[in-house]
Design a protein around this ligand. Sequence first.
Ligand code: PEP
Ligand code: MG
Length: 556
Amino acid sequence: METTLRGVGVSHGVAIGEVRHMGTAVLEPPAKQIAADEAEREQGRARQAVEAVAADLTARGNLAGGEAQAVLEAQALMAQDPELIADVDRRIAVGSTAERAVYDAFAAYRDLLANAGEYLAGRVADLDDVRNRIVARLLGVPMPGVPDSDEPYVLVARDLAPADTALLDPALVLGFVTEEGGPTSHSAILARALGVPAVVALPGAGELAEGTVVAVDGSSGEVFVNPSAEKKALLAAAAAERRAVLAGSTGPGATSDGHRVPLLANIGGPADVAAAVEAGAEGVGLFRTEFLFLDDDKKAPSQEKQVEAYRQVLEAFPEGRVVVRVLDAGADKPLGFLTPADEPNPALGVRGLRTLLDHPEVLRTQLTALAKAAEGLPVHLEVMAPMVADRADAKAFADACRAAGLRAKFGAMVEIPSAALRARSVLQEVEFLSLGTNDLAQYTFAADRQVGAVSRLQDPWQPALLDLVAMAAGAAGAEGKSCGVCGEAASDPLLACVLTGLGVTSLSMGAASLPYVRATLAKYTLAQCERAAAAARAADSAEEARQAAQAVLSGE
Ligand code: PEP
Ligand code: MG
Protein backbone atom coordinates (compact mmCIF):
# COMPACT_ATOMS: atom_id res chain seq x y z
CA MET A 1 0.00 0.00 0.00
CA GLU A 2 1.26 3.48 -0.85
CA THR A 3 2.18 5.70 2.10
CA THR A 4 3.61 9.22 2.14
CA LEU A 5 6.41 10.49 4.39
CA ARG A 6 7.37 14.14 4.66
CA GLY A 7 10.80 15.67 5.15
CA VAL A 8 12.61 18.69 3.75
CA GLY A 9 13.18 18.71 -0.03
CA VAL A 10 16.70 19.95 -0.70
CA SER A 11 17.53 19.00 -4.27
CA HIS A 12 14.97 19.21 -7.07
CA GLY A 13 13.72 16.35 -9.21
CA VAL A 14 12.11 12.97 -8.77
CA ALA A 15 13.91 9.67 -8.20
CA ILE A 16 12.16 6.32 -8.18
CA GLY A 17 14.07 3.24 -7.08
CA GLU A 18 14.78 0.65 -4.42
CA VAL A 19 16.04 1.61 -0.98
CA ARG A 20 19.62 0.73 -0.07
CA HIS A 21 20.82 1.70 3.38
CA MET A 22 24.18 3.15 4.17
CA GLY A 23 25.58 0.62 6.66
CA THR A 24 26.67 1.73 10.13
CA ALA A 25 30.39 2.36 10.21
CA VAL A 26 31.19 0.56 13.44
CA LEU A 27 29.30 -2.47 14.61
CA GLU A 28 30.11 -3.65 18.09
CA PRO A 29 28.29 -6.92 18.82
CA PRO A 30 27.13 -7.44 22.42
CA ALA A 31 29.54 -9.48 24.59
CA LYS A 32 27.13 -12.27 25.50
CA GLN A 33 28.18 -15.80 26.52
CA ILE A 34 27.14 -18.95 24.66
CA ALA A 35 26.68 -22.47 26.07
CA ALA A 36 29.54 -24.96 25.49
CA ASP A 37 27.44 -27.09 23.11
CA GLU A 38 26.87 -24.09 20.82
CA ALA A 39 30.57 -23.53 20.15
CA GLU A 40 30.86 -25.81 17.14
CA ARG A 41 27.89 -24.22 15.40
CA GLU A 42 29.26 -20.72 16.07
CA GLN A 43 32.70 -21.71 14.73
CA GLY A 44 30.99 -22.95 11.56
CA ARG A 45 29.09 -19.66 11.21
CA ALA A 46 32.27 -17.65 11.68
CA ARG A 47 34.13 -19.64 9.03
CA GLN A 48 31.26 -19.38 6.56
CA ALA A 49 31.09 -15.61 7.02
CA VAL A 50 34.86 -15.25 6.58
CA GLU A 51 34.79 -17.29 3.37
CA ALA A 52 31.79 -15.41 1.97
CA VAL A 53 33.41 -12.03 2.65
CA ALA A 54 36.73 -13.14 1.14
CA ALA A 55 34.95 -14.48 -1.97
CA ASP A 56 32.99 -11.25 -2.29
CA LEU A 57 36.14 -9.11 -2.02
CA THR A 58 37.92 -11.23 -4.63
CA ALA A 59 34.94 -11.02 -6.99
CA ARG A 60 34.82 -7.23 -6.63
CA GLY A 61 38.55 -7.09 -7.27
CA ASN A 62 38.13 -9.06 -10.51
CA LEU A 63 35.45 -6.63 -11.61
CA ALA A 64 37.42 -3.52 -10.68
CA GLY A 65 40.87 -4.58 -12.03
CA GLY A 66 43.99 -2.41 -11.65
CA GLU A 67 45.11 -1.01 -8.32
CA ALA A 68 41.72 -1.58 -6.70
CA GLN A 69 42.04 -5.30 -7.43
CA ALA A 70 45.34 -5.52 -5.57
CA VAL A 71 43.82 -3.77 -2.52
CA LEU A 72 40.71 -5.96 -2.51
CA GLU A 73 42.74 -9.15 -2.90
CA ALA A 74 44.95 -8.13 0.00
CA GLN A 75 41.79 -7.61 2.06
CA ALA A 76 40.49 -11.06 1.06
CA LEU A 77 43.79 -12.56 2.29
CA MET A 78 43.52 -10.66 5.58
CA ALA A 79 40.05 -12.15 6.12
CA GLN A 80 41.43 -15.66 5.67
CA ASP A 81 44.57 -15.23 7.77
CA PRO A 82 44.98 -18.64 9.51
CA GLU A 83 46.17 -17.08 12.78
CA LEU A 84 43.16 -14.82 12.93
CA ILE A 85 40.82 -17.71 12.25
CA ALA A 86 42.52 -19.78 14.96
CA ASP A 87 42.08 -16.88 17.38
CA VAL A 88 38.37 -16.61 16.50
CA ASP A 89 37.95 -20.37 17.14
CA ARG A 90 39.71 -20.07 20.50
CA ARG A 91 37.50 -17.20 21.61
CA ILE A 92 34.33 -19.08 20.62
CA ALA A 93 35.57 -22.18 22.52
CA VAL A 94 35.64 -20.10 25.73
CA GLY A 95 32.12 -18.74 25.30
CA SER A 96 32.10 -15.89 22.72
CA THR A 97 29.47 -15.64 19.99
CA ALA A 98 30.86 -15.82 16.44
CA GLU A 99 30.38 -12.08 15.88
CA ARG A 100 31.97 -11.07 19.18
CA ALA A 101 34.89 -13.45 18.64
CA VAL A 102 35.55 -11.94 15.20
CA TYR A 103 35.29 -8.44 16.62
CA ASP A 104 37.74 -9.14 19.46
CA ALA A 105 40.21 -11.17 17.41
CA PHE A 106 40.43 -8.39 14.82
CA ALA A 107 40.85 -5.80 17.58
CA ALA A 108 43.91 -7.69 18.90
CA TYR A 109 45.37 -7.99 15.40
CA ARG A 110 44.62 -4.32 14.78
CA ASP A 111 46.70 -3.29 17.80
CA LEU A 112 49.62 -5.37 16.49
CA LEU A 113 49.41 -3.71 13.06
CA ALA A 114 48.99 -0.21 14.44
CA ASN A 115 52.28 -0.53 16.32
CA ALA A 116 54.23 -2.25 13.55
CA GLY A 117 55.60 0.65 11.53
CA GLU A 118 54.13 3.11 9.10
CA TYR A 119 53.31 0.77 6.22
CA LEU A 120 51.41 -1.78 8.31
CA ALA A 121 49.72 0.93 10.36
CA GLY A 122 48.36 2.25 7.07
CA ARG A 123 46.56 -1.08 6.57
CA VAL A 124 44.49 -0.67 9.75
CA ALA A 125 41.59 0.95 7.88
CA ASP A 126 41.52 -1.99 5.44
CA LEU A 127 41.50 -4.43 8.34
CA ASP A 128 38.64 -2.56 10.02
CA ASP A 129 36.68 -2.73 6.81
CA VAL A 130 37.16 -6.52 6.60
CA ARG A 131 36.11 -6.91 10.24
CA ASN A 132 33.02 -4.78 9.72
CA ARG A 133 32.03 -6.81 6.70
CA ILE A 134 32.32 -10.14 8.53
CA VAL A 135 30.50 -8.86 11.61
CA ALA A 136 27.71 -7.33 9.47
CA ARG A 137 27.23 -10.63 7.67
CA LEU A 138 27.04 -12.53 10.95
CA LEU A 139 24.54 -10.05 12.38
CA GLY A 140 22.49 -10.08 9.16
CA VAL A 141 22.62 -6.27 8.80
CA PRO A 142 23.60 -4.18 5.75
CA MET A 143 27.30 -4.04 4.96
CA PRO A 144 28.96 -0.95 6.41
CA GLY A 145 29.58 2.04 4.22
CA VAL A 146 28.23 2.68 0.76
CA PRO A 147 25.86 -0.13 -0.35
CA ASP A 148 27.22 -2.93 -2.51
CA SER A 149 24.95 -2.77 -5.51
CA ASP A 150 25.39 -3.04 -9.25
CA GLU A 151 21.90 -1.64 -9.82
CA PRO A 152 20.96 2.03 -9.35
CA TYR A 153 19.32 2.72 -5.97
CA VAL A 154 17.96 5.39 -3.63
CA LEU A 155 20.51 5.85 -0.85
CA VAL A 156 19.03 6.02 2.65
CA ALA A 157 21.30 7.10 5.49
CA ARG A 158 21.13 8.59 8.93
CA ASP A 159 23.32 11.36 7.55
CA LEU A 160 26.21 11.55 5.13
CA ALA A 161 29.64 12.82 6.07
CA PRO A 162 31.91 14.39 3.45
CA ALA A 163 34.24 11.40 3.80
CA ASP A 164 31.45 9.00 2.74
CA THR A 165 30.78 11.00 -0.34
CA ALA A 166 34.14 10.27 -1.93
CA LEU A 167 33.07 6.63 -2.24
CA LEU A 168 29.74 7.20 -3.96
CA ASP A 169 29.34 6.19 -7.56
CA PRO A 170 27.16 8.93 -9.09
CA ALA A 171 26.03 6.52 -11.79
CA LEU A 172 24.37 4.32 -9.17
CA VAL A 173 22.81 6.85 -6.76
CA LEU A 174 19.37 7.87 -8.06
CA GLY A 175 18.58 10.05 -5.05
CA PHE A 176 19.13 10.48 -1.30
CA VAL A 177 16.95 10.30 1.75
CA THR A 178 18.41 11.06 5.18
CA GLU A 179 16.90 10.98 8.62
CA GLU A 180 19.13 13.74 9.98
CA GLY A 181 20.51 16.86 8.34
CA GLY A 182 18.88 20.11 7.42
CA PRO A 183 18.76 22.04 4.15
CA THR A 184 22.37 23.10 4.65
CA SER A 185 23.83 19.78 5.76
CA HIS A 186 26.51 18.11 3.72
CA SER A 187 24.04 15.47 2.51
CA ALA A 188 22.00 18.25 0.92
CA ILE A 189 25.04 19.93 -0.58
CA LEU A 190 26.33 16.67 -1.99
CA ALA A 191 22.93 15.80 -3.49
CA ARG A 192 22.87 19.12 -5.30
CA ALA A 193 26.44 18.62 -6.48
CA LEU A 194 25.52 15.25 -7.91
CA GLY A 195 22.31 16.69 -9.33
CA VAL A 196 20.19 13.99 -7.72
CA PRO A 197 16.87 14.58 -5.94
CA ALA A 198 17.10 14.52 -2.15
CA VAL A 199 14.96 14.76 0.95
CA VAL A 200 16.55 15.29 4.38
CA ALA A 201 15.23 15.39 7.97
CA LEU A 202 12.79 12.58 7.15
CA PRO A 203 11.59 10.95 10.38
CA GLY A 204 11.43 7.16 9.99
CA ALA A 205 13.86 6.98 7.06
CA GLY A 206 15.96 4.45 8.98
CA GLU A 207 12.99 2.06 9.20
CA LEU A 208 12.40 1.84 5.44
CA ALA A 209 13.04 -1.81 4.58
CA GLU A 210 15.95 -2.57 2.27
CA GLY A 211 14.66 -3.08 -1.27
CA THR A 212 11.37 -1.14 -0.78
CA VAL A 213 10.47 0.96 -3.82
CA VAL A 214 10.24 4.68 -3.04
CA ALA A 215 9.60 7.78 -5.10
CA VAL A 216 11.57 10.77 -3.79
CA ASP A 217 10.27 14.23 -4.69
CA GLY A 218 13.17 16.55 -3.93
CA SER A 219 11.05 19.68 -4.51
CA SER A 220 8.11 18.98 -2.20
CA GLY A 221 10.06 16.93 0.36
CA GLU A 222 7.66 14.00 -0.04
CA VAL A 223 8.76 10.38 -0.16
CA PHE A 224 6.12 7.96 -1.47
CA VAL A 225 6.67 4.44 -0.18
CA ASN A 226 5.48 1.70 -2.59
CA PRO A 227 4.09 4.30 -5.03
CA SER A 228 1.18 3.25 -7.25
CA ALA A 229 1.62 3.09 -11.03
CA GLU A 230 -0.53 6.26 -11.35
CA LYS A 231 1.63 8.16 -8.84
CA LYS A 232 4.81 7.16 -10.69
CA ALA A 233 3.32 8.32 -14.00
CA LEU A 234 2.18 11.63 -12.48
CA LEU A 235 5.60 12.34 -10.97
CA ALA A 236 7.39 11.44 -14.20
CA ALA A 237 5.11 13.77 -16.21
CA ALA A 238 5.67 16.68 -13.78
CA ALA A 239 9.44 16.14 -13.92
CA ALA A 240 9.41 16.11 -17.74
CA GLU A 241 7.42 19.38 -17.80
CA ARG A 242 9.91 21.04 -15.46
CA ARG A 243 12.84 19.88 -17.59
CA ALA A 244 11.20 21.42 -20.67
CA VAL A 245 10.88 24.83 -18.94
CA LEU A 246 14.50 24.69 -17.86
CA ALA A 247 15.77 23.76 -21.29
CA GLY A 248 14.60 27.21 -22.41
CA SER A 249 16.73 28.99 -19.79
CA THR A 250 20.18 29.99 -21.06
CA GLY A 251 22.64 32.91 -20.92
CA PRO A 252 24.03 34.99 -18.06
CA GLY A 253 22.01 35.60 -14.92
CA ALA A 254 19.87 38.76 -14.95
CA THR A 255 16.50 40.08 -13.88
CA SER A 256 13.91 40.70 -16.60
CA ASP A 257 15.00 44.37 -16.78
CA GLY A 258 18.63 43.46 -17.31
CA HIS A 259 20.12 43.89 -13.82
CA ARG A 260 23.05 41.45 -13.98
CA VAL A 261 23.52 38.89 -11.22
CA PRO A 262 26.32 36.52 -12.23
CA LEU A 263 25.35 32.91 -11.57
CA LEU A 264 28.33 30.92 -10.37
CA ALA A 265 28.88 27.30 -9.39
CA ASN A 266 29.81 25.69 -6.10
CA ILE A 267 32.30 22.90 -6.71
CA GLY A 268 34.33 20.45 -4.65
CA GLY A 269 37.07 19.84 -7.20
CA PRO A 270 37.90 19.28 -10.87
CA ALA A 271 35.32 16.47 -11.11
CA ASP A 272 32.47 18.98 -10.68
CA VAL A 273 33.68 21.36 -13.38
CA ALA A 274 32.00 19.67 -16.36
CA ALA A 275 28.53 19.89 -14.80
CA ALA A 276 29.13 23.56 -13.92
CA VAL A 277 30.16 24.43 -17.47
CA GLU A 278 27.25 22.48 -18.90
CA ALA A 279 24.79 24.33 -16.64
CA GLY A 280 26.16 27.62 -18.00
CA ALA A 281 27.93 28.77 -14.82
CA GLU A 282 29.67 32.10 -15.37
CA GLY A 283 32.48 30.99 -13.10
CA VAL A 284 32.97 29.40 -9.71
CA GLY A 285 31.66 31.19 -6.64
CA LEU A 286 32.85 28.62 -4.12
CA PHE A 287 35.56 26.03 -4.64
CA ARG A 288 35.45 23.96 -1.44
CA THR A 289 39.09 22.88 -1.36
CA GLU A 290 38.74 20.66 1.71
CA PHE A 291 37.66 17.76 -0.48
CA LEU A 292 41.26 17.60 -1.75
CA PHE A 293 42.40 17.07 1.83
CA LEU A 294 40.09 14.20 2.68
CA ASP A 295 42.21 11.45 1.12
CA ASP A 296 44.82 11.54 3.83
CA ASP A 297 44.07 12.05 7.50
CA LYS A 298 47.74 12.50 8.41
CA LYS A 299 49.03 15.27 6.19
CA ALA A 300 48.07 17.92 3.66
CA PRO A 301 48.26 17.09 -0.06
CA SER A 302 51.61 18.11 -1.57
CA GLN A 303 51.96 21.51 -3.22
CA GLU A 304 52.30 19.78 -6.63
CA LYS A 305 49.08 17.82 -6.15
CA GLN A 306 47.27 21.00 -5.17
CA VAL A 307 48.67 22.97 -8.14
CA GLU A 308 47.39 20.26 -10.49
CA ALA A 309 43.86 20.25 -9.03
CA TYR A 310 43.60 24.06 -8.92
CA ARG A 311 44.93 24.44 -12.42
CA GLN A 312 42.35 22.05 -13.84
CA VAL A 313 39.60 24.19 -12.33
CA LEU A 314 41.14 27.54 -13.33
CA GLU A 315 41.66 26.42 -16.93
CA ALA A 316 37.99 25.52 -17.27
CA PHE A 317 36.93 29.18 -16.87
CA PRO A 318 39.19 31.27 -19.10
CA GLU A 319 38.43 34.94 -18.45
CA GLY A 320 35.86 33.79 -15.87
CA ARG A 321 35.81 34.38 -12.18
CA VAL A 322 36.92 31.59 -9.85
CA VAL A 323 36.56 32.05 -6.10
CA VAL A 324 38.65 29.56 -4.19
CA ARG A 325 38.01 29.09 -0.50
CA VAL A 326 41.05 28.06 1.49
CA LEU A 327 40.79 24.94 3.57
CA ASP A 328 37.77 24.90 5.88
CA ALA A 329 38.63 22.10 8.32
CA GLY A 330 37.04 21.42 11.67
CA ALA A 331 33.53 21.03 13.12
CA ASP A 332 31.57 18.90 10.65
CA LYS A 333 34.68 18.52 8.44
CA PRO A 334 37.37 17.38 10.89
CA LEU A 335 40.84 16.55 9.60
CA GLY A 336 42.95 14.22 11.74
CA PHE A 337 46.19 16.18 11.52
CA LEU A 338 44.66 19.63 12.10
CA THR A 339 41.49 19.40 14.15
CA PRO A 340 41.84 19.16 17.93
CA ALA A 341 40.26 15.85 18.99
CA ASP A 342 39.00 16.99 22.37
CA GLU A 343 36.98 20.12 21.70
CA PRO A 344 33.80 20.19 23.79
CA ASN A 345 31.97 22.06 21.03
CA PRO A 346 33.76 21.74 17.68
CA ALA A 347 31.45 24.11 15.76
CA LEU A 348 32.48 26.86 18.17
CA GLY A 349 36.09 25.78 18.36
CA VAL A 350 39.15 25.96 16.18
CA ARG A 351 37.82 25.61 12.64
CA GLY A 352 38.10 27.33 9.27
CA LEU A 353 40.50 30.28 9.27
CA ARG A 354 41.26 29.71 12.96
CA THR A 355 42.76 26.33 12.10
CA LEU A 356 44.85 27.83 9.31
CA LEU A 357 46.19 30.64 11.49
CA ASP A 358 47.29 27.94 13.95
CA HIS A 359 48.95 26.03 11.09
CA PRO A 360 50.44 28.77 8.90
CA GLU A 361 52.48 26.26 6.89
CA VAL A 362 49.29 24.61 5.60
CA LEU A 363 47.86 28.00 4.56
CA ARG A 364 51.16 29.04 2.98
CA THR A 365 51.39 25.85 0.90
CA GLN A 366 47.84 26.28 -0.29
CA LEU A 367 48.23 29.94 -1.23
CA THR A 368 51.55 29.26 -2.99
CA ALA A 369 49.94 26.39 -4.90
CA LEU A 370 47.13 28.72 -5.97
CA ALA A 371 49.60 31.39 -7.11
CA LYS A 372 51.46 28.80 -9.20
CA ALA A 373 48.27 27.31 -10.63
CA ALA A 374 47.08 30.74 -11.82
CA GLU A 375 50.40 31.69 -13.45
CA GLY A 376 49.90 32.70 -17.09
CA LEU A 377 46.13 32.10 -17.07
CA PRO A 378 43.66 34.88 -17.92
CA VAL A 379 41.30 33.75 -15.14
CA HIS A 380 40.07 36.20 -12.47
CA LEU A 381 41.23 34.44 -9.36
CA GLU A 382 39.66 35.37 -6.04
CA VAL A 383 40.61 33.72 -2.77
CA MET A 384 38.56 33.81 0.40
CA ALA A 385 38.77 32.63 3.98
CA PRO A 386 36.04 30.73 5.83
CA MET A 387 34.90 31.68 9.33
CA VAL A 388 36.16 35.25 9.47
CA ALA A 389 34.95 36.80 12.75
CA ASP A 390 36.32 40.33 12.60
CA ARG A 391 38.73 42.78 11.00
CA ALA A 392 41.76 41.16 12.69
CA ASP A 393 40.90 37.81 11.06
CA ALA A 394 40.43 39.50 7.68
CA LYS A 395 43.78 41.28 8.03
CA ALA A 396 45.61 38.09 9.04
CA PHE A 397 44.26 36.36 5.95
CA ALA A 398 45.01 39.24 3.57
CA ASP A 399 48.57 39.45 5.00
CA ALA A 400 49.08 35.71 4.39
CA CYS A 401 47.86 36.10 0.79
CA ARG A 402 50.23 39.01 0.16
CA ALA A 403 53.14 37.16 1.77
CA ALA A 404 52.55 34.21 -0.59
CA GLY A 405 52.79 36.58 -3.59
CA LEU A 406 49.25 35.80 -4.64
CA ARG A 407 47.94 38.00 -7.44
CA ALA A 408 44.23 37.73 -6.73
CA LYS A 409 41.38 39.48 -4.97
CA PHE A 410 41.22 38.53 -1.29
CA GLY A 411 37.86 38.13 0.39
CA ALA A 412 36.12 37.09 3.57
CA MET A 413 33.22 34.73 4.02
CA VAL A 414 30.45 36.05 6.19
CA GLU A 415 29.44 33.02 8.23
CA ILE A 416 29.59 34.44 11.74
CA PRO A 417 27.02 37.09 12.70
CA SER A 418 29.80 39.40 13.99
CA ALA A 419 31.20 39.64 10.46
CA ALA A 420 27.81 40.72 9.09
CA LEU A 421 27.24 43.20 11.91
CA ARG A 422 30.68 44.78 11.36
CA ALA A 423 30.95 44.16 7.62
CA ARG A 424 32.28 47.66 6.88
CA SER A 425 35.14 47.12 9.29
CA VAL A 426 35.98 43.72 7.72
CA LEU A 427 35.88 45.35 4.28
CA GLN A 428 38.74 47.68 5.25
CA GLU A 429 41.00 44.63 4.83
CA VAL A 430 39.49 42.66 1.95
CA GLU A 431 38.02 43.32 -1.46
CA PHE A 432 34.86 41.25 -1.38
CA LEU A 433 32.43 39.39 0.86
CA SER A 434 30.75 36.07 0.29
CA LEU A 435 27.83 35.08 2.49
CA GLY A 436 28.01 31.49 3.71
CA THR A 437 24.38 31.37 4.72
CA ASN A 438 24.63 27.76 5.92
CA ASP A 439 26.95 28.55 8.78
CA LEU A 440 25.51 32.02 9.18
CA ALA A 441 22.13 30.40 9.95
CA GLN A 442 23.78 27.86 12.26
CA TYR A 443 25.46 30.59 14.31
CA THR A 444 22.59 33.07 14.21
CA PHE A 445 20.03 30.59 15.50
CA ALA A 446 22.35 28.42 17.63
CA ALA A 447 21.06 25.49 15.57
CA ASP A 448 23.51 22.76 14.57
CA ARG A 449 23.25 22.30 10.81
CA GLN A 450 23.67 18.53 11.17
CA VAL A 451 20.66 18.07 13.43
CA GLY A 452 17.35 17.35 11.69
CA ALA A 453 15.33 18.30 14.77
CA VAL A 454 16.33 21.97 14.43
CA SER A 455 15.95 22.23 10.64
CA ARG A 456 13.18 24.83 11.16
CA LEU A 457 15.86 27.23 12.37
CA GLN A 458 18.19 26.35 9.53
CA ASP A 459 15.62 27.64 7.05
CA PRO A 460 17.38 30.42 5.11
CA TRP A 461 14.07 32.29 4.81
CA GLN A 462 14.30 33.20 8.50
CA PRO A 463 13.86 37.00 8.56
CA ALA A 464 16.75 37.42 11.03
CA LEU A 465 19.08 35.79 8.49
CA LEU A 466 17.72 38.07 5.74
CA ASP A 467 18.48 41.07 7.99
CA LEU A 468 22.12 39.98 8.28
CA VAL A 469 22.35 39.44 4.53
CA ALA A 470 20.96 42.95 3.97
CA MET A 471 23.52 44.39 6.41
CA ALA A 472 26.49 42.74 4.72
CA ALA A 473 25.28 43.55 1.19
CA GLY A 474 24.54 47.15 2.21
CA ALA A 475 28.02 47.58 3.69
CA ALA A 476 29.66 46.18 0.54
CA GLY A 477 27.54 48.50 -1.64
CA ALA A 478 28.60 51.49 0.47
CA GLU A 479 32.26 50.50 0.08
CA GLY A 480 31.86 49.93 -3.67
CA LYS A 481 32.74 46.25 -3.22
CA SER A 482 30.93 43.03 -4.10
CA CYS A 483 28.98 40.71 -1.84
CA GLY A 484 27.84 37.33 -3.17
CA VAL A 485 25.98 34.45 -1.60
CA CYS A 486 27.54 30.99 -1.83
CA GLY A 487 25.50 29.22 0.86
CA GLU A 488 22.59 26.98 -0.06
CA ALA A 489 20.18 29.94 0.16
CA ALA A 490 21.29 30.92 -3.35
CA SER A 491 19.96 27.67 -4.83
CA ASP A 492 16.33 28.35 -3.88
CA PRO A 493 14.94 30.14 -6.98
CA LEU A 494 12.47 32.33 -5.11
CA LEU A 495 14.96 33.20 -2.39
CA ALA A 496 17.53 34.02 -5.08
CA CYS A 497 15.19 36.82 -6.21
CA VAL A 498 14.88 38.07 -2.63
CA LEU A 499 18.67 38.00 -2.16
CA THR A 500 19.02 40.03 -5.35
CA GLY A 501 16.52 42.49 -3.92
CA LEU A 502 18.63 42.71 -0.75
CA GLY A 503 21.60 43.90 -2.81
CA VAL A 504 23.57 40.71 -3.24
CA THR A 505 25.80 40.94 -6.34
CA SER A 506 26.28 37.28 -7.36
CA LEU A 507 24.76 33.91 -6.54
CA SER A 508 26.70 30.68 -6.33
CA MET A 509 25.13 27.23 -6.10
CA GLY A 510 25.40 23.56 -7.06
CA ALA A 511 25.31 23.25 -10.85
CA ALA A 512 21.99 21.41 -10.88
CA SER A 513 20.18 24.40 -9.30
CA LEU A 514 21.53 26.94 -11.78
CA PRO A 515 18.89 26.58 -14.52
CA TYR A 516 16.08 26.85 -11.96
CA VAL A 517 17.51 30.05 -10.48
CA ARG A 518 18.28 31.56 -13.89
CA ALA A 519 14.75 30.88 -15.18
CA THR A 520 13.07 32.37 -12.07
CA LEU A 521 15.29 35.47 -11.84
CA ALA A 522 14.61 36.24 -15.50
CA LYS A 523 10.88 36.55 -14.75
CA TYR A 524 11.08 39.59 -12.43
CA THR A 525 12.43 43.14 -12.46
CA LEU A 526 14.94 44.39 -9.88
CA ALA A 527 12.22 46.58 -8.36
CA GLN A 528 9.97 43.53 -7.91
CA CYS A 529 12.86 41.67 -6.25
CA GLU A 530 13.39 44.63 -3.92
CA ARG A 531 9.71 44.71 -2.98
CA ALA A 532 9.74 40.96 -2.37
CA ALA A 533 12.84 41.37 -0.18
CA ALA A 534 11.20 44.12 1.89
CA ALA A 535 8.06 42.01 2.34
CA ALA A 536 10.09 38.99 3.43
CA ARG A 537 12.06 41.04 5.97
CA ALA A 538 8.83 42.44 7.41
CA ALA A 539 7.59 38.90 8.21
CA ASP A 540 7.95 37.16 11.56
CA SER A 541 8.74 33.63 10.44
CA ALA A 542 10.43 31.81 7.58
CA GLU A 543 7.13 30.51 6.24
CA GLU A 544 5.53 33.96 6.35
CA ALA A 545 8.57 35.45 4.65
CA ARG A 546 8.35 32.90 1.85
CA GLN A 547 4.62 33.54 1.39
CA ALA A 548 5.05 37.31 1.49
CA ALA A 549 7.77 37.22 -1.20
CA GLN A 550 5.72 34.84 -3.31
CA ALA A 551 2.69 37.11 -3.02
CA VAL A 552 4.67 40.17 -4.18
CA LEU A 553 6.25 38.35 -7.09
CA SER A 554 3.04 36.77 -8.31
CA GLY A 555 1.34 40.18 -8.11
CA GLU A 556 -1.27 39.12 -5.52
C1 PEP B 1 28.28 28.10 4.25
O1 PEP B 1 28.53 27.90 5.44
O2 PEP B 1 27.24 28.67 3.84
C2 PEP B 1 29.23 27.65 3.21
C3 PEP B 1 29.08 27.98 1.95
O3 PEP B 1 30.25 26.84 3.61
P1 PEP B 1 30.08 25.26 3.94
O4 PEP B 1 28.68 24.86 3.58
O5 PEP B 1 31.10 24.53 3.15
O6 PEP B 1 30.34 25.24 5.41
MG1 MG C 1 30.54 27.32 5.99
